[in-house]
Design a binder for this molecule. Structure first.
Ligand SMILES: Cc1cc2nc3c(=O)[nH]c(=O)nc-3n(C[C@H](O)[C@H](O)[C@H](O)COP(=O)(O)OP(=O)(O)OC[C@H]3O[C@@H](n4cnc5c(N)ncnc54)[C@H](O)[C@@H]3O)c2cc1C
Ligand SMILES: *[C@@H]1O[C@H](CO)[C@@H](O)[C@H](O)[C@H]1NC(C)=O
Length: 563
């Protein structure tokens, strides 16, 4: 019987895990090395070793209705894309509402998590912690949820660039970046076009003399703002889109979406165009980058080749002299120093995880690593679902396949992702937002049954099928059902509109008819596209069917009426 569960870390993942354990009647004990909750989202004026660190201006890249926990909608007046301090406030509300603080041991660092000598029988873990007075404590747990985050170890590939030892400017990682104050009037190079690289380059370009953004691959840049100014993820992450991208030829979808994007700013003209197709990887979410390029404040450059005394050389041979600083936005290494090294068994020391959660080599699946994945949507609802599944696995309600089978699945998923992500490590991390949530929801028994829903509650069905895949969908039925889920779905667009209601504008008198709704238009358009695409096959098929009907009628007439 699993009872006591150790939760390592009290960031957003740790909080969700504590809540889920309590819901399931388990006893969570959370250890948090700092003195507060929130992890990454708790801004600090200067970076602290071994901790994640964010910049002052960071605004989330996923919208509030999509990124909230499934039974705790964000306050209606919150902006759709909020500042990091507001997200931290939401986590405080969540912790308060569900009384989670009482389970957290602050200023207590987990030093090691190891299998007990009788692990093959008990599945239990020895956990060693250091408390605020420096005292070591030993605990025994039935299961462990690892929520320690993975943006703590900056990857700074300085030695890849010859000449850095003698470079006179400052070199630092985005982990150390807080704001652009020190960049005023300077000439700065930003390396890497991830979400941080884009944000930081834009911010620096507002005060620096010149900012260069160096990228090896380029990127598709997409705004947070979708059509009619609605949140991007709410219009993109829908079940109907998921089905359409499965049905329609991928090149066609890519072509159409890239065309729409290039219509706003031509990625080739702007020097942004990557070699991969739009849907193959996560696009860069940034509202301001193209504008800064248009204004000449931000200059795109190819990959950095190396340093000279006070300048840098790019791979196309161009040189920029008098560079004052180089900011490396080159990502992080995920490390879990307290876990047995035998668990990080990948060829590059990474974690091989079944469904991005369970190390397949354990005799008992009593340890799960939360949040170690990448996706085109928000992280929090997925981690929450991971926790719901993990506790079911701990208690034996949901069973994992054999080790062999798990390794097979891991390999086949990695192979599939390798088509888009050439790097095997990157490929292993990717999950498809709705498919992954649905898979886990099915294991937990909370996946919405669309057919039954269509018959019983067509209004809700329309919202769920055509509307955004908001997390409330996974609280409608089954274990952990929440009575407010249906209402939360029906009112989600009201909460989107609420923060805009700062100046009353009268409603138009006639409302647009449902036939003009963008969802129906998209759906109808797609059906027409399918028909057009397959018309060569469709027409003979229809002709065949007509002929068959014709012959059957003749047969029926001949046998029954004349025979
Ligand atoms: C710049 C940036 C922007 C992002 N923006 C978004 C976004 O807009 N939307 C989104 O969905 N995701 C975003 N993410 C992803 C983000 O990582 C997750 O959303 C989420 O914050 C992860 O939370 P976590 O609890 O897993 O980790 P963290 O928030 O890092 O929390 C880990 C906690 O564990 C504690 N800890 C670590 N080691 C130990 C130990 N040994 N013992 C005890 N305690 C320990 C730490 O002190 C910390 O409190 C962003 C990430 C970055 C880096
Ligand atoms: C948001 O930004 C973080 C940090 O760069 C990134 O890991 C995440 O994938 C981004 N989310 C989306 C939906 O692009």
């Amino acid at each position: 019987m699993v009872r006591r569960v150790a939760v390592v870390g009290a960031g957003s993942s740790g909080l969700a895990c504590i809540k889920i354990c309590v819901d399931e009647g388990l006893e969570p004990v959370c250890f948090e090395s700092s003195d507060d909750i929130g992890g990454l989202w708790r801004f600090k004026e200067s970076p602290e070793p071994e901790r994640s660190s964010i910049y002052r201006s960071l605004v989330v890249n996923t919208s509030k209705e999509m990124m909230c926990f499934s039974d705790f909608p964000m306050p209606a007046d919150y902006p759709n894309y909020m500042h990091n301090s507001e997200l931290l406030q939401y986590f405080r509300l969540y912790a308060e509402h569900f009384h989670l603080l009482r389970y957290i041991n602050f200023q207590t660092t987990v030093r090691s998590v190891t299998q007990r000598p009788d692990f093959s029988l008990s599945g239990q873990w020895d956990v060693v912690t250091i408390n605020r007075d420096g005292e070591e404590e030993r605990h025994v747990f039935d299961a462990v949820l690892v929520c320690s985050g993975h943006y703590t170890q900056p990857a700074l590939p300085l030695s890849d660039f010859p000449g850095y030892e003698t470079f006179s400017g400052r070199c630092f990682h985005s982990w150390e970046y807080k704001d652009a104050d020190a960049c005023q009037g300077k000439r700065v190079v930003v390396v890497g076009i991830g979400n941080s690289g884009g944000d930081i380059a834009v911010e620096i370009s507002r005060s620096a003399k010149k900012t260069f953004l160096s990228t090896r691959k380029g990127a598709w840049v997409i705004s947070r703002m979708s059509t009619s100014g609605l949140p991007l993820d709410m219009t993109a992450i829908t079940r109907v889109n998921n089905i359409l991208t499965l049905l329609l030829p991928k090149t066609l979808v890519n072509w159409a979406a890239e065309r729409a994007l290039n219509h706003k700013y031509d990625h080739r003209l702007y020097g942004l165009k990557p070699s991969h197709r739009l849907l193959d990887r996560r696009p860069l979410i940034n509202d301001d980058l193209p504008g800064r390029i248009l204004q000449g404040a931000l200059v795109l450059r190819p990959n950095l080749r190396g340093f000279m005394d006070s300048g840098v050389v790019f791979e196309d041979g161009t040189v920029e002299e008098n560079i004052d600083a180089v900011v490396f936005c080159t990502g992080y290494k995920a490390t879990f120093p307290f876990l047995p090294s035998a668990l990080s068994e990948g060829p590059h020391g990474e974690f091989t995880l079944y469904k991005r959660l369970f190390p397949p080599s354990l005799q008992h699946p009593t340890l799960a690593i939360m949040g170690l994945f990448q996706t085109k949507g928000p992280i929090m609802p997925i981690v929450e679902m991971q926790a719901r599944w993990a506790v079911k696995v701990f208690s034996g309600v949901s069973c994992l396949p054999s080790e062999e089978k798990m390794l097979e699945v891991i390999e086949s998923e990695r192979k599939r992702n390798m088509k888009s992500y050439l790097c095997p490590r990157q490929a292993a991390l990717q999950v498809d937002y709705i498919s992954y949530l649905d898979f886990m929801a099915k294991e937990v028994g909370v996946r919405p049954n669309l057919l039954i829903l269509l018959l019983r509650d067509p209004v809700l069905w329309v919202k769920i099928f055509f509307g955004p895949c908001t997390p409330y969908q996974y609280r409608l039925t089954g274990p952990g059902q929440w009575a407010g889920a249906r209402h939360a779905i029906l009112t989600q667009w009201t909460r989107v509109a609420q923060p805009f209601r700062t100046r009353e504008v009268p409603e138009p008198e006639t409302r647009p008819s449902i036939l003009l709704s963008p969802w129906l238009l998209t759906f109808g358009g797609s059906v027409i596209m399918v028909v057009l695409l397959y018309k060569n096959k469709l027409i003979p098929a229809l002709q065949g069917a007509a002929q068959f009907l014709d012959r059957s009628m003749i047969f029926i007439r001949d046998t029954w009426f004349t025979g």
